[in-house]
Structures are given as structure tokens and as C-alpha cells.
Design a protein around this ligand. Structure first.
Ligand code: HEM
Length: 212
């Protein structure tokens, strides 16, 4: 049996698996943190983003992977891109949950230690894009938009979210003293996802020119 064609690993069931596993990881990690203080909540914010980012990169690079490495896996990835994107949005719900926890419980810490206007300029529109892209992923809403409107929203949104994440890791690697190995992995993976899009675009262009 081809597992990639199984109903269990396609469409909504795939989303339930990913969200379930991510949520289990987040819930299991909570008792290991001191959530009676802001540092523990900040650690949870960081951890929940780390569970989400690979999904964003996969959705961002799905089409390029299919162009560059056509095969069963890349077709499965492309077929499920919508559900992977929605899984990313759902997983970011955990980050939002811990952000609200921090804002409500440790406002002074947020203002003194976390808040930066230059970050907020990306963070708030980031959540607006996640929300807009999520609701317009449902056919009932999508039908009310033109193809162009939908594509502009989703293309701008995915680039914006990708940039926000890669920029955060670039900033961590460049300006923070406390660099972790995973920061390099996430920064490099983000760059790789973009380079794959460029390579796929170039490949399609060459193929189009060859046909003329
Ligand atoms: C108002 C909205 C947001 C606030 C207040 C916020 C706040 C934070 C905080 C406190 C951290 C943890 C820093 C640390 O302990 O090292 C963090 C990490 C991070 N956030 Fe956000 N964030 C917001 C929105 C977003 C959005 C929309 C994205 C992505 C599109 C994002 C991507 C990240 C990334 C990539 C990290 C680094 C995680 C890591 O170190 O592995 N954030 N954020």
C-alpha cells in the first residue's frame, strides 16, 4: 500500500496528525518550564515557533520541490500544501496563546525586555496575514475573491511570513550572544527554501524558452 496515498495522511486527517503531534509536544514541554515567571513563558513562545516554522518552509517550497525533484513525495507535498499551511497557522495558535499569557501576566517584562517597535512592525502584520490566509483557504470565502486577489494575498503573505522568520533567525545569529545550533539550522533551511524557489523558477523559464 502506498502510504502517501492513504486517506490517513492526506487532507484534513494529515492536518489533525500534525496539529495533534505539535500540541502534544507543546503540552509535554510545559511542565518542564517555570511558568510562574516570564522566562518560562518566553521559552514556550520560542518552542511553539520552532514546532511551526518547518511547516511554513514546507508550504513555501512545496511547488519548487515538485518542479526540481518530481516524484511521489513532492506530489504528495504539493497536493497537501493547503493543509500544511493550515497546520502552520494552527501551530502558531500556540505561540499566540503564550504571547497573550505573557502580555496578560508579565506586561512589565514584555515592555522592558521583549518589546521592540521594529519587531512589532513585522509581528502584528504577520498575525494578520496568518489570519487572512487561513480564512481565505476555505472555499466559501475563496469563492468571493477573484483569482488575482487570492494569489496576491497568498503570495505576499507567504513571502512576508518567510521573511519575518528568516530575519528573526538572522538577527539572533548576528546580534545575540546566546546562539543555539538550531538557530543555524532554521536560518539555513529558510535560505534553502528560497533558493529552491529561485532554481525552480529558472528551470521553468529555461523549459519555456526551449519550447519556443
Ligand atoms: C505580536 C506578535 C508577536 C510577539 C509579541 C512575539 C514575541 C516573541 C518572543 C517573546 C519570542 C521569544 C524570544 C526568545 O525567548 O528568544 C519570539 C520568538 C520568535 N518569533 Fe515571535 N512574536 C510575535 C509574532 C511572531 C510572528 C507572526 C512570527 C512569524 C511569522 C514570529 C516568529 C518568531 C520566531 C522565528 C522566533 C524565534 C524562535 C527561536 O528562537 O527559535 N513571531 N517571538
Amino acid at each position: 500500500m502506498d502510504i502517501l496515498k492513504s486517506k490517513l495522511f492526506n487532507g484534513w486527517p494529515l492536518l489533525y496528525w500534525i496539529v495533534g503531534i505539535n500540541s502534544a509536544a507543546v503540552i509535554a514541554y510545559m511542565p518542564m518550564q517555570d511558568l510562574s515567571g516570564p522566562l518560562g513563558v518566553s521559552e514556550m513562545i520560542q518552542m511553539s515557533v520552532r514546532c511551526s516554522v518547518p511547516l511554513l518552509y514546507l508550504a513555501f517550497a512545496a511547488s519548487a520541490i515538485n518542479t526540481l525533484f518530481p516524484g511521489k513525495f513532492s506530489r504528495w507535498l504539493l497536493r497537501n500544501r493547503r493543509y500544511i499551511g493550515l497546520s502552520y497557522a494552527s501551530s502558531m495558535g500556540w505561540q499566540l496563546f503564550f504571547i497573550i499569557w505573557m502580555l496578560a501576566g508579565y506586561w512589565e517584562y514584555y515592555v522592558e525586555e521583549v518589546y521592540l517597535l521594529s519587531d512589532l512592525v513585522f509581528q502584528v502584520p504577520g498575525y494578520l496575514f496568518i489570519f487572512a490566509m487561513t480564512i481565505t483557504s476555505f472555499h466559501a470565502v475563496r469563492r468571493k475573491m477573484s483569482q488575482t486577489q487570492w494569489h496576491v494575498l497568498h503570495r505576499t503573505g507567504i513571502y512576508f511570513l518567510w521573511f519575518t522568520v528568516v530575519d528573526t533567525y538572522y538577527y539572533e545569529l548576528t546580534y545575540y550572544g546566546d546562539i543555539q545550533f538550531i538557530d543555524y539550522i532554521y536560518a539555513a533551511a529558510g535560505l534553502l527554501a528560497y533558493l529552491m524557489r529561485v532554481a525552480a523558477w529558472a528551470r521553468l523559464r529555461v523549459m519555456q524558452l526551449a519550447k519556443r
